[in-house]
Design a protein around this ligand. Structure first.
Ligand code: ATP
Ligand code: MG
Length: 553
């Protein structure tokens, strides 16, 4: 099973009795944006490992940066995790530990392991050096403990300007690991925090908050993505020098999930929203969970995809088509079938008895008999797709044309006779005759037709809109050519069709529900409050399995 190297570590710890067989994980988002498909992988890993070993997983907000964080994000993250199908054992906040972190920082100062540096950020960063480039020790590095302690207390009391001083860990300025070259633990920053308000004017850095929060909560296995491998020695160093309430947690790193045609950096996604390139975090072209939900991706499909790709140690980019194949498989199982005409063309059946309406019982989902049937009205004036008729059929066109007979799905065989045109020569209606002996769609004499088409009865159809989506980024790896993903934006990623005609049963489709429009794809009814416009359906995915096709290449 996928995810084994983390599971192996847990098993080894259980066998060695390291954590008395306790397994505790956490999912630690920073509330500075909406969760995206990459986070779904981390969530599946964090909650999955806890579940598998009978442990617990908490949701912890890594809210140490007042400038970029907001309750809007906190609320959305909680909702998205629940929607994905996971329930945190509890919801915690790193900001709840600001007091304890401060105390521990004083302990490190007292132990001679941290000091207040008064140089500016640029100097500190220049002195850090680089690979093969020695670090330069700060002139404040060996200042007396009492002096650092006094300054640190006054930093907290608000005596100094933003950015004028920092607290640094005294680790090793010559370490080959840059993270160990006296990292900054605290900075002065007067920013209103979404939970602690103005209580603090110093805020801990990620490295001086994450492992500590893990330790305070009793986390045993702290999973994060590969870019934190270099931080692990520092994670351990801090914890080794503190009095911990539980056994020391262990950081384990796995590969980020990246998808083709997709960006998954919150900063980039925020940019798309701010620049109005998309309509919001829940624009169905976004890779955020709110957007995927609105577009009709079932949570079960996302979970199945994450389980399938597993937890691995090398970064790789998965094909978006592979994710879509999980979406399609799930929707094929659960989605009700409906008929919808996106670009309508009138079809008049001239030999239909005037005013008569016939109702056909149509199967809702051939994959699930329990979904039953519905009544679909049929009459003498229908809508079919413009694309399903050609006055002059091109080669290999087997749909409707003058003189040709086709099947109207579940109803009758019809043969086109002539067209009506407006003054400009545009076809406004196609005329046909039906064969009453072919009720249900089959001819008693066994004659075959080459095509079956969907339709809706004009008098019964309801107006609707459909949004068809293409990739937001045309390139497989957005930004690969120029370094700027926006250079790869697909200018035609959204096509909105406003004049659609759909069967009346779709009025009963619930907001957010996904149905299959026969022959066209899976469509989700918009989950936003209705706004007086005809209902909007988002195309979730098409019907064709592009992933299978790609694999055959
Ligand atoms: P971003 O770079 O998009 O801002 P982040 O890593 O800063 O993402 P966090 O909110 O800190 O986002 O992430 C919470 C958790 O989700 C972390 O453990 C992080 O490693 C994990 N995570 C974030 N992005 C991905 C991804 N693409 N694939 C797998 N896990 C991810
Ligand atoms: Mg982060």
């Amino acid at each position: 099973m996928a995810g084994d190297f983390i599971a192996d570590a847990v098993v080894a710890d259980n066998e060695a009795g390291t954590y008395s067989s306790r397994v505790q994980t956490r999912f630690p988002p920073e509330p500075n944006g909406y969760l995206h498909i990459g986070h779904a992988k981390a969530i599946t890993a964090d909650f999955g490992i806890a579940e598998r070993f009978g442990g617990i997983c908490k949701l912890r907000f890594d809210d140490t940066n007042p400038d970029t964080e907001d309750v809007e994000y906190v609320d959305s993250i909680i909702a998205d995790i629940r929607w994905l199908g996971f329930e945190p054992e509890s919801v915690c906040y790193a900001s709840d530990y600001f007091g304890k972190l401060y105390e521990w920082a004083e302990d490190l100062i007292q132990a001679g392991l941290a000091y207040v540096d008064e140089q500016d950020g640029e100097t500190i960063s220049a002195q850090r050096g680089g690979f093969g480039k020695p670090g330069i020790e700060s002139p404040y590095r060996d200042r007396p403990i009492a002096e650092s302690l006094d300054l640190f207390r006054r930093m907290r009391a608000g005596e100094f300007a933003d950015g004028s001083k920092v607290l640094r860990a005294k680790v090793d300025m010559q370490s080959e690991n840059m993270e160990m070259r006296d990292p900054v633990m605290y900075r002065i920053r007067r920013g209103h925090h979404h939970r602690t308000g103005d209580t603090w004017c110093i805020y801990p850095m990620y490295d001086w908050a994450h492992g500590q929060s893990d330790a305070i909560e009793g986390v045993t296995h702290s999973m994060c993505t590969l870019e934190f491998v270099n931080h692990r020695p520092l994670y351990d160093w801090f914890l080794e020098h503190l009095e911990l309430p539980f056994e020391k947690p262990k950081q384990l790193e796995f590969a980020r999930l990246e998808l083709t045609h997709t960006v998954t950096s919150k900063r980039r996604l925020l940019g798309l929203v701010r620049d109005g390139i998309v309509s919001g975090w829940d624009d169905p072209r976004m890779p955020t969970l709110v957007a995927l939900r609105r577009r009709g991706y079932p949570a079960a499909a996302i979970r199945a995809f994450c389980t399938h790709i597993g937890i691995n140690k090398t970064n790789s980019r998965h094909s978006i088509e592979e994710l879509e194949s999980f979406v399609r498989a799930e929707l094929n199982r659960v989605a009700q079938r409906r008929m919808a005409v996106l670009k309508p063309l009138q079809l008049v059946i001239d030999n239909w008895p005037a005013g008569e309406v016939e109702y056909f019982e149509v199967t809702n989902n051939p994959e699930n008999a329990a979904d039953g049937t519905r009544s679909v009205p049929f009459s003498g004036t229908l809508y079919i797709e413009q694309d399903d008729f050609a006055e002059v059929p091109p080669p290999k066109f087997f749909r409707l044309s003058i003189g040709r007979e086709v099947r109207l799905r579940g109803a009758y065989l019809v043969r086109a006779t002539h067209v009506d045109k407006d003054d400009a020569g545009n076809i406004i209606a196609v005329h046909a005759t039906y064969d009453p002996a072919t009720k249900g769609g089959d001819a008693p004499d066994g004659r075959k037709v080459k095509s079956t088409m969907h339709w809706v009865s004009a008098a019964h159809a309801i107006d609707a809109q459909a949004a068809l989506y293409d990739r937001l980024f045309a390139a497989e790896v957005p930004g690969e050519r120029t370094g700027e993903p926006l250079d790869d934006l697909n200018p035609a990623s959204l096509e909105l069709l406003t004049g659609c005609k759909v069967e009346p049963a779709l009025t009963e489709t619930a907001p957010g529900e996904v149905v299959q429009f026969e022959r066209l794809g899976y469509f989700a009814k918009d989950n936003r409050p209705v706004d007086g416009n005809p209902p909007l359906f988002h195309r979730t995915v098409g019907l064709r399995d592009e992933w299978a096709k790609l694999q055959k290449k």
